[in-house]
Design a protein around this ligand. Structure first.
Ligand SMILES: NC(=O)C1=CN([C@@H]2O[C@H](COP(=O)(O)OP(=O)(O)OC[C@H]3O[C@@H](n4cnc5c(N)ncnc54)[C@H](O)[C@@H]3O)[C@@H](O)[C@H]2O)C=CC1
Ligand SMILES: O=C(CO)COP(=O)(O)O
Length: 313
């Protein structure tokens, strides 16, 4: 198996570093003018067997491609380059739902590359941790009983342990939805509402995640696994998370650098629209969408959530 990664942001670069333990890796970035240290991942030197390039053609000789682009970028990228990827094994790593189609990365890839085998790599993992070689466990979702195990072995290393599932919908939705709840958790802490309120938001947020994912065909055990509960726990509790930090700044009424990749912001809007379309109640996600747009104050959002009709758990 020959591997290339498209997207030389923090995560694509970290995956390249991890997978270089198994052999050569191509890493493409549209503006990859650096070669040995990515400014998005300071302090990490690229091993010699990573070919960092801004020439897409040169990395498309690989038979297996990891797509490490943000979710809202993927659709446009596939429109431009999908034909050249079609037929290859494609592994999605984006954690979001496309705002214009309300579909996840795997559906976008399937539409653009109908002859490809598609997998999803997701779970609790900060790019900096992976790049430093800290032990990490992830979910690899692939519907193919042949390609799934092959990928699982090729993408695992002594410090990167992949658990296999065939539940693509569950793995993908867990990763996308946890980012929305992480923003909510950040808001709670940023606004000074306390750890008890955060535990409530995480738990009720997880209930929303499992409800929506279940309606969209996910298996419950996937949501309680690494790609759901695992990643939710990480992202709602660590200031390393950009989604959590975005929430912190919203809660504290402080500015935030909008150039930072915060997947949960657009995905909250997509989730709210999706929930309305299928008639599912997602009050936390809907509130995060409104807060991220600046359409409601934190005080009003808390009041609205706390005064909803009382119900059974
Ligand atoms: N950073 C992390 O710790 C983790 C990130 N992820 C996921 O990986 C995905 C990518 O995130 P990061 O690498 O962290 O983001 P990042 O912000 O570090 O990098 C994004 C990359 O996308 C590139 N890009 C933007 N627009 C583009 C376009 N039109 N064409 C080509 N390239 C374009 C940028 O140049 C940049 O290199 C996200 O879905 C994120 O949720 C998943 C696990 C961990
Ligand atoms: O997905 C992640 C950890 O698993 C990274 O989270 P952020 O995108 O919030 O930084």
């Amino acid at each position: 198996m020959t591997i290339a990664i498209l997207g030389a942001g923090a995560f694509g670069t970290a995956l390249a570093v991890a997978l270089s333990a198994n052999g050569p890796v191509g890493l493409w970035g549209r503006q990859a003018s650096w070669r040995r240290e990515n400014p998005r991942l300071p302090g990490i030197t690229m091993p010699d067997n990573i070919d960092v390039t801004d020439n897409l053609t040169s990395v498309l000789t690989a038979d297996t491609i990891l797509l490490a682009l943000p979710a809202q970028i993927l659709r446009g990228f596939l429109a431009d380059h999908g034909a050249r990827l079609n037929g290859k094994t494609l592994v999605s790593t984006a954690k979001g739902i496309d705002i214009s189609t309300l579909t996840g990365p795997s559906a976008l890839i399937a539409e653009a590359c109908p002859e490809s085998c598609i997998a999803v790599l997701t779970g609790p993992s900060f790019a900096a941790d992976i790049a430093r070689g800290l032990p990490t466990a992830l979910t690899l979702a692939c519907a193919s009983g042949i390609e799934g195990p092959r990928l699982q072995h090729a993408l695992s290393t002594p410090v990167l342990r992949l658990y296999l599932t065939s539940d693509i919908a569950g793995a993908e939705l867990g990763g996308a939805l946890k980012n929305v709840i992480a923003i909510a958790a950040g808001i709670v802490i940023g606004a000074g509402l306390g750890d008890s309120a955060r535990a409530a938001i995480i738990t009720r947020g997880f209930a929303e995640m499992t409800r929506l994912a279940g309606r969209l065909g996910a298996r419950p055990e996937t949501l309680t696994g690494l790609s759901g509960l695992g990643d939710l726990t990480l992202t709602c509790t660590s200031p390393q998370s950009r989604n959590f930090r975005f929430g912190l700044s919203l809660g504290a009424g402080q500015p935030f650098d909008r150039a930072t990749t915060v997947e949960g912001a657009a995905t909250a809007g997509a989730v709210a629209a999706l929930a309305t379309r299928i008639g599912e109640d997602m009050p936390i996600a809907a509130m995060v969408a409104r807060l991220a747009e600046g359409a409601v104050s934190v005080e009003k959002a808390v009041e609205n959530l706390m005064t909803r009709p009382l119900k059974e758990e």
